[in-house]
Design a protein around this ligand. Structure first.
Ligand SMILES: Nc1nc2c(ncn2[C@@H]2O[C@H](COP(=O)(O)OP(=O)(O)O)[C@@H](O)[C@H]2O)c(=O)[nH]1
Ligand SMILES: [Mg+2]
Length: 231
């Protein structure tokens, strides 16, 4: 299996040691969403906000190269109050802003914590890239990689660090599988071969509560985070 050295460790408590400035309060859990342009990252963020916002205090950071389009979509759809959504305009390869020079993203997360915190969860959406984008473990505690079926069922087989080593692989747009001739069982088999025991969920965000498997996984990560380091 090919693992990227910069992917977050699967020890859930290795990286997150921060506290909110000036308080004893633990910082929010940070989850990154990466994946190719158009796979459904913003749609996943929007759906997660809708199902989690009444049970958690959450905020979102979006990354776009030249625009703030994703943040505007989330604002237009009123998935969270505007003060809980921040856009980072990377002005460069989106990969750089989530992996190499994460300062703008870290600043955005910290400013959200200071302005509307304490927060339970911050979702950081990467600007869409290809199959190679991964987050620095200094920015997020876990990462979700979102692919979709519309390019056919070959994507899991192609591998890359997001497919092989992300903490959760989401195969989105299952509603389109019959239209593009994508065989979900082939995708499941290839993803398992690439990922070993790491989890994979299939979803369709146009279905009612289609984000449920992703939301369940997020709730489990948050429960682990709240329990804190185990002896
Ligand atoms: N049919 C279908 N369309 C979807 C689904 N999820 C997202 N989309 C659409 O796919 C397009 C790209 O989604 P978006 O979330 O902007 O992708 P991103 O670039 O990864 O953030 C939008 O038009 C969404 O409405 C899905 O499960 N099924
Ligand atoms: Mg997006």
């Amino acid at each position: 299996m090919h693992r990227d050295p910069d992917l977050p460790a699967h020890d859930h408590h290795a990286a997150p040691t921060g506290t909110l400035a000036g308080t004893d309060m633990r910082r929010a859990l940070r989850i990154g969403l990466g994946g190719p342009v158009g796979s459904g990252k913003t749609a996943t963020v929007a759906a997660l906000c809708r199902v989690l916002r009444d049970e958690l205090s959450l905020a979102v950071v979006t990354n776009d190269i030249y625009t703030t389009e994703d943040a505007e979509f989330l604002l237009r759809n009123a998935v969270l109050p505007p003060e809980r959504i921040t856009a980072v305009e990377t002005g460069c390869c989106p990969h750089t802003a989530i992996r190499d020079d994460i300062s703008a993203n870290l600043e955005a997360v910290e400013e959200l914590e200071a302005a509307v915190g304490p927060l339970d969860l911050v979702l950081v959406e990467s600007g869409g890239d290809n199959l190679t984008a991964t987050f620095s473990r200094g920015l997020v505690d876990h990462q979700i990689f979102v692919i979709d079926v519309s390019g056919g069922d070959k994507i899991p087989r192609k591998g890359g660090p997001g497919v092989t080593g992300s903490d959760l692989l989401v195969v989105n747009k299952t509603d389109l599988a019959p239209l593009v001739g994508a065989d979900l069982s082939v995708m499941a088999r290839d993803a398992a071969a690439q990922r070993g025991a790491l989890p994979v969920v299939f979803c369709s965000l146009v279905a009612p509560d289609g984000v449920a498997p992703v939301a369940s996984w997020v709730r489990e990560r948050l429960a682990d985070w709240r329990r804190g380091p185990t002896a």
